[in-house]
Design a protein around this ligand. Structure first.
Ligand SMILES: Cc1cc2nc3c(=O)[nH]c(=O)nc-3n(C[C@H](O)[C@H](O)[C@H](O)COP(=O)(O)OP(=O)(O)OC[C@H]3O[C@@H](n4cnc5c(N)ncnc54)[C@H](O)[C@@H]3O)c2cc1C
Length: 481
């Protein structure tokens, strides 16, 4: 066959000629990968094993010129196109059945300027790589809590990490980005240039083009931090949760605590006798002097007799990767979340009730305390919604076998629907396994109308639709700009 069948945006199929693909290949710095080529399976693999899809073409880009070529190719043939950074999309947006996958993972250069305190980060970099590069100078950009996640997807959706109340979301430390929009033009987005686009990139997800690099403002933290990691039996969850909440409410900004409800994973890191034991754990870091952190966080280690307490001075790098092994890629995952304005007694008892009714011990419920620097930024200053929320609750379900899909998804949805009663009617789109479009439409994200205007200007044909999709307000041609 001298053609390759590829899915189009409208779901129909088109035949792309092989000579055309070969011509692209010849001028590509990266690789054009087709099914059967070496590296195809590795390039299409994503974290969530629920989304085992087979793209018809993978453009593994080596630089901005490649991205321009890939976007033009996608637009010209109207191809259903997915974008992959760190491949950790919970909803499986970074792969596509039969379409074009633009894979940024090879574009992972990181250039730290310690004098200017900035880092220019390729769109394929992971947070672990960025943390290692910045920590070499005692600096950091606020990322997430698992080092294997990608800088791209996490930042574009907001980005909540262990220093969020002190330093804000990941997108709040963004100074500028390079992006290839649907018309195939490479642009800079910053407060000075294409400021509407820059605003949208701070929380609006992958809707507006293919980001090729991010420039972050860096902060001083580490190499040592005080890390809190203390676990109590689930039987006293109500007591621990209440103590955590009461502490959080008056905590300084250096403290951004999570409260996790889980069962001990059956991995070597835990003694056999603890495997599957349900627990509630308070964890986080103190984003300041470790000695001060040890004193400030001490009361949380004395709520009751702990199951274990691994708190102490650690490195920022270790704290950032402590969870890496526990949410491995290839398992089947389904996550959903709510923002909460308060953690009242009704919320805590509902959460504990659902924790006790988990049908799968591997279901992790994560409560995050927010506020501080996140809430300092006005709601309309960036696309990220729900800045005034005080908490987020995330129901992170994961299991191994396809046969368990239905029961686990149903349980998660039931739990999420019930918790809606105590929520602020908002979800974090980066922790969402369902169709994000519906959630945007349901008012989950503030600023939706403004996002739709930016989408119209830069992607009126909705080429970039495999995401929590912002539908264009009006179909406009991007090339008219
Ligand atoms: C194990 C795990 C831990 C997590 N921990 C946290 C956490 O602590 N804090 C937090 O805030 N979130 C967290 N998340 C959620 C995380 O923010 C999202 O899953 C995010 O999308 C991951 O980014 P990625 O680049 O790895 O994903 P990808 O799957 O590569 O991309 C996700 C989406 O981002 C967009 N995108 C990716 N690259 C580009 C690009 N170059 N240009 C334009 N759009 C692009 C696309 O829409 C793409 O579909 C976690 C997720 C997982 C799976």
């Amino acid at each position: 066959m001298n053609t390759v069948r590829v899915t189009r945006l409208d779901g129909t199929m088109t035949d792309v000629s092989r000579p055309e693909i070969e011509a692209m290949r010849a001028r590509f710095a990266g690789r054009m990968i087709l099914p059967g080529d070496a590296g195809y399976d590795a390039a299409r693999r994503v974290w969530n094993g629920m989304h085992d899809r087979r793209p018809a073409l993978i453009a593994s880009c080596g630089g901005e010129e490649d991205v321009v070529a890939a976007v033009r190719f996608a637009a010209e043939h109207q191809l259903l196109t997915a974008l992959k950074g760190g491949a950790h999309s919970v909803a499986g947006y970074s792969t596509v059945e039969g379409g074009l996958l633009i894979d940024l993972s090879a574009m992972n250069n990181i250039d730290v300027d310690p004098a200017k305190r900035t880092a220019v980060v390729g769109a394929g970099a992971t947070w672990g790589a960025l943390d290692r590069a910045t920590q070499a100078f005692g600096l950091m950009a606020p990322g997430g809590e698992v080092s294997l996640t990608g800088v791209a997807g996490l930042t574009l959706g907001g980005g909540m990490g262990f220093a969020r109340r002190a330093l804000g979301l990941s997108c709040d430390s963004l100074e500028s980005a390079r992006i290839v929009t649907a018309d195939g033009k490479a642009r800079t987005a910053s407060p000075e240039e294409n400021s509407d686009l820059f605003w949208a990139l701070q929380g609006g997800g992958g809707n507006f083009g293919v980001v090729t690099s991010f420039t972050f403002r860096l902060h001083t933290l580490g190499p040592n931090v005080f890390g809190l990691s203390v676990a109590y039996p689930l039987e006293i969850a109500e007591k621990v949760l209440t103590a955590w909440r009461d502490f959080a409410e008056s905590a300084p900004r250096e403290v951004s605590l999570n409260c996790n409800i889980w069962s001990v994973p059956e991995v070597d890191a835990f003694p056999d006798e603890l495997h599957r034991a349900p627990f509630i754990m308070i964890e986080g870091i103190y984003a300041g002097e470790p000695e001060v952190g040890g004193q400030v966080l001490d009361p949380l280690r004395r709520i009751a007799e702990p199951l274990w307490d691994e708190s102490g001075v650690t490195t920022y790098l270790a704290a950032q990767s402590a969870f890496d092994e526990l949410l491995p890629d290839g398992k089947r995952y389904y996550w959903k979340s709510h923002f909460l304005n308060e953690m009242g007694d009704e919320a805590t008892s509902k959460i504990v009730d659902w924790a006790n009714r988990r049908i799968n011990p591997a279901t992790l419920i994560v409560l995050r305390h927010l506020g501080g620097a996140i809430a300092d930024v006005p709601e309309d200053a960036t696309a990220f919604g729900n800045r005034s929320a005080a908490y987020n609750v995330s129901i992170d379900n994961g299991w191994d076998s396809r046969e368990d899909d239905e029961a686990n998804i149903a349980w998660s949805r039931e739990c999420w629907t019930d918790l809606k009663q105590v929520s602020a009617n908002g979800v974090y789109l980066n922790f969402n396994a369902d169709d994000g479009t519906r959630l945007l439409g349901a008012g989950a994200q503030a600023n939706v109308e403004r996002l739709r205007g930016v989408k119209s200007r830069y992607d009126g044909g909705n080429l970039f639709r495999l995401n929590a999709n912002v539908e264009p307000a009006t179909a406009q041609s991007v090339s008219s700009r």
